[in-house]
Design a protein around this ligand. Structure first.
Ligand code: PLP
Length: 391
């Protein structure tokens, strides 16, 4: 049985489809690990008869195999694999006309905000940053007939959840397309296209690849014509992923479901531990019943994910003492790898935002963010306990 026949089986669960994707293909000698096609160019059968591939900026077998895998997981018509998550956001912008209005969350990923502002400053687009959790703000923003509504849920770093289906309905009623950045939950835990979104974007750098060794991104389109349009733009601008990065990401994504399951279980255990610790003022994790959007998260997601943040009852010196004491949580930006990371948003991931915007978004100086990895929960909790005892 070849890969297409195997993967086409609708009866197979996504956990199964992603493991067998691209494997045991007769055209690849039945290789259990799909080969990597580094070739930049491919022979024509005759001058006017190209084969399936002709030049790797346009299409490459390894990159396309990753695109097919992500499109399958997200339930999309196709996925364009980009050089980074930022290139995926930029590809979305390329799909717009000059002067089109984008509505984006005021607490969106920092790079996304900077890119939208930079493109708006040059007059290429218009952008309106709003709190997607405020119905009045959403209604007011949509009244200006945006072309695109960008959603990020859960948000970074406060894990705020917004209702994708409800926002998609509202956006559709004014003719706006909806893109959801699904980087934090991945298709293992949330499927925005099934909730009414038009596009899903990913920084595959994070959970999709999962091993902190590739920077990459993806745009998944629900409709074939839109996929072709994004694909044409990506070949024009050349913001595509290399075959090697694509191959590594294919290798990483095979274990996505198992990683998410374990990392999420660890995150849950840590959230409960932090929530009962006297040094901790507040925990932001959608899997805790005290989370303001707990019910929505239960409905919209198949799990709470492996990201959480918390506020400490201490000052900057206390936070420094705690961070210095940790042995298992690496002090670093980024997220989604098998190893646990800790970040101080005010001085690291959200430093560029400035104090005032941070305060508006509720990102205080005593906030720490965790990307929980696959280590034993008991070790991670002991590490945090040691740190907390010093703050
Ligand atoms: C990291 C990230 C991005 C940007 O992706 P890169 O791969 O770093 O370019 C966009 N959105 C979210 C939510 C992210 O976490």
């Amino acid at each position: 049985m070849n890969d297409t026949q195997r993967a086409d089986k609708p009866s197979l669960a996504p956990e199964t489809r992603i493991v067998i994707h691209g494997t045991a293909n007769p055209a690849d000698h039945g290789a259990a690990s799909p080969p990597i096609y580094l070739s930049t160019t491919f022979a024509y059968a005759a001058p006017d008869v190209p084969r399936d591939f002709d030049y790797s900026r346009m299409a490459n077998p390894t990159r396309d195999q990753l695109g097919a895998a992500l499109a399958d997981l997200e339930g999309g018509a196709g996925a364009v694999i980009t050089a980074s998550g930022m290139a995926a956001i930029d590809l979305l912008i390329n799909g717009l006309e000059a002067g089109d209005l984008i509505v984006a969350p005021h607490d969106c990923y920092g790079g996304t905000g900077s890119l939208l502002r930079a493109r708006a400053a040059r007059g290429q687009i218009r952008v309106n940053f709003i709190d997607l959790d405020q119905p009045d703000a959403v209604a007011e923003a949509l009244a200006h007939k945006p072309r695109l509504l960008l959603i990020e849920t859960p948000s970074n770093p406060l894990m705020r959840i917004v209702d994708i289906a409800a926002l998609a309905d509202q956006a559709r009623s004014v003719g706006a397309k909806v893109a959801v950045d699904n980087t934090f939950l991945t298709p293992a835990l949330q499927n925005p296209l099934a909730l009414g979104a038009d596009y899903v974007i990913h920084s595959t750098t994070k959970f999709i690849n999962g091993h902190s060794d590739v920077v990459g991104g993806a745009v998944v389109a629900g409709q074939p014509a839109e996929f072709e349009r994004f694909r044409a733009w990506a070949s024009l601008t050349g913001a595509i992923a290399s075959p090697f990065d694509s191959w590594l990401t294919l290798r990483g994504v095979r274990t996505l479901f198992a990683r998410m399951e374990r990392q999420q279980a660890n995150a849950h255990a840590i959230a409960r531990f932090l929530n009962s610790h006297p040094a901790v003022a507040k925990v932001y994790y959608p899997g805790l019943e005290c989370h303001p959007h707990y019910a929505l998260a239960q409905r919209q997601q198949r799990g709470a994910g492996a990201m959480l943040s918390f506020e400490l009852n201490t000052d900057a010196a206390g936070i420094s003492r705690m961070l210095a004491a940790l042995k298992l949580f690496t002090l670093a930006k980024s997220l989604g790898g098998v190893e646990s990371l800790i970040a101080h948003p005010a001085s690291m991931t959200h430093a560029e935002m400035g104090k005032e915007l941070r305060a508006n978004a509720g990102i205080h100086d005593n906030l720490l963010r965790l990307s929980v990895g696959m280590e034993a929960a008991v070790d991670l909790i002991a590490d945090l306990e040691r740190g907390l005892s010093l703050c």
